[in-house]
Write a protein that binds this ligand. Structure first.
Ligand SMILES: [Ca+2]
Ligand SMILES: [Ca+2]
Ligand SMILES: [Ca+2]
Ligand SMILES: [Zn+2]
Length: 477
């Protein structure tokens, strides 16, 4: 019947759905793909709709058993005309027996043994494995969490021999600045040049692994959901490879995803499982202002495009994430001006500790060197610094960012005195002791309390002298 249809008027004129039309086309043109004239070894697998039409998928079989990798994909336009045939059909697969002599359980045991104890079998199915000599095989899908792994193992279903192991882990990758090209290239004279790709040479970028993405193809995962202001600008990569240059509107989404995800993972690595442990939504390039913000009402971060796009500087992204962290630990935090200053100081501190590795000299305590090229005349350009000499109350200016440099200097001194891990744990732990109206003294008392809780007060003398040097009264006995 199908042959008759093809003879009668070609695939485009054949009646019926896309699958029937595709089949008719393959009957008429199958010789090109090495197909059998009657298509008796092709099973209808799926018909998928897309904006461009439909796609009829076929699975090659021996009897009822699928031939591994033997698929055809026939693309049709909306009128049902065949546009393209993609064929992985394997010609000359013999009609081998499809009755296994060896059970699935034995194949699973062999597969697990070949990979090590951590691998768990997720699925098993019979296939015809047709690389080289065709063989009936158990295809065992396995996964492990630590280290992350995903495999297909093929075990001969007649003799039990291991035929092949395929690593199927889908590693997502992205191209980012880490933390920003001024630091990476040690070049203070880089300029935005109106968001041009040419403004930053390729060695200013790093290619990184993106962790935790769901399988949607968007930058959406356990701890971050990075989006654009307009849906059409959302980064999408079905192969999970997100490699853009800075002139692409999607670049800042990759930056936001990567730096927020790694910050949350770092926080968890310090033993804090409940500090902003949620999916943070970020709208990259969400405002044309040279400003970025965290909104306590929507819990979202918005990154601006004024000057250098804020999303091109990890320090700005992590600073905003700091506000989100603090709002999560102390809902409503920062109702006093000193509290607001502590929020800004903590954001700068978090940006510092997430980027300090490898930073020396004047870059080390400088925040947002790349973003600051569009408004700072210092060398290097800095949004703010953590190593200033402001003291309380003399230098209070009643502007939260300026006053935040008193607090960030105290945190920076703790970091330099106790090292990264202890300092970061003390600072995060201290937030649990605060209320929204906290001032500098409450913040200092909380850090000393955190030290008592985590380290039996081992660092108290040093902490007290650091706060004293900043003029911050400590009132805890
Ligand atoms: Ca950009
Ligand atoms: Ca900017
Ligand atoms: Ca820096
Ligand atoms: Zn801020």
């Amino acid at each position: 019947m199908l042959v008759a249809l093809a003879v009668a008027g070609g695939a485009a004129a054949a009646p019926g759905g896309p699958g029937a039309k595709a089949r008719a086309f393959l009957v008429a043109n199958g010789a090109r793909y090495g197909l059998r004239g009657d298509l008796s070894d092709l099973r209808d697998a799926a018909v998928v709709a897309s904006p461009g039409g439909t796609h009829a998928h076929f699975q090659q079989v021996v009897g009822d058993v699928p031939v591994e990798g033997g698929v055809l994909n026939v693309g049709l336009d909306s009128a049902g005309n065949v546009l393209l045939v993609a064929s992985d059909y394997k010609a000359n697969v013999p009609a081998i027996s499809t009755k296994p002599a060896s059970p699935a359980a034995a194949a699973i045991a062999a597969a697990r043994q070949s990979l090590g104890a951590g691998a768990q079998a997720v699925r098993s199915e019979l296939v015809v494995y047709a690389e080289g000599t065709a063989a009936l095989a158990w295809k065992i899908a396995l996964s492990s969490d630590d280290p992350p792994g995903s495999w297909d193992v093929f075990v001969d279903a007649q003799h039990g021999a291991l035929l092949a192991t395929r690593n199927t882990l889908r590693q997502a990758d992205g191209r980012v600045f880490n933390p920003n090209p001024v630091v990476t290239l040690q070049n203070n004279s880089l300029r935005d040049q109106n968001n041009s790709a040419a403004a930053v040479p390729s060695n200013g970028y790093s290619v990184v692994t993106l962790l935790g993405l769901d399988s949607s193809g968007y930058l959406r995962g356990s701890y971050a959901n990075a989006t654009a202001k307009l849906k059409r600008d959302n980064a999408f990569a079905s192969n999970l490879s997100f490699q853009y240059d800075r002139s692409n509107v999607r670049f800042e989404q990759v930056m936001a995803y990567y730096h927020i995800d790694r910050t949350q993972r770092y926080i968890q690595s310090l033993g804090f499982a409940n500090v902003n442990n949620r999916q943070q939504t970020v709208v990259a390039n969400g405002t044309t202002a040279d400003n970025s913000f965290y909104s306590p009402s929507t819990k979202q971060i918005t990154l601006g495009t004024g000057g250098v796009d804020d999303g091109e500087d990890a320090d700005v992204i992590v600073h905003e994430y700091g506000h989100s962290v603090q709002d999560n630990q102390v809902p409503g935090f920062g109702s006093t001006s000193e509290g607001g200053a502590m929020g800004e100081g903590f954001g700068d501190y978090l940006a510092f500790t997430m980027s300090e590795a490898g930073q020396t000299g004047s870059y080390r305590a400088c925040v947002a060197e790349w973003d600051a090229t569009s408004y700072s005349s210092s060398t290097p350009p800095c949004l703010r610094r953590l190593d200033g000499n402001k003291v309380y109350p003399t230098n209070i200016a009643n502007e939260v960012h300026a006053d935040g440099e008193i607090w960030s200097r105290a945190l920076y001194d703790i970091w330099n005195a106790q090292g990264k891990t202890i300092a970061d744990r003390l600072v995060l732990q201290s937030h649990f002791y605060l209320t929204p109206s906290a001032n500098f003294t409450a913040g200092a008392n909380a850090i000393i309390t955190a030290d008592r809780a985590l380290y039996s007060g081992t660092h108290e003398t040093s902490l007290r002298s650091i706060f004293s040097a900043r003029g911050i009264p400590v009132t805890i006995q």
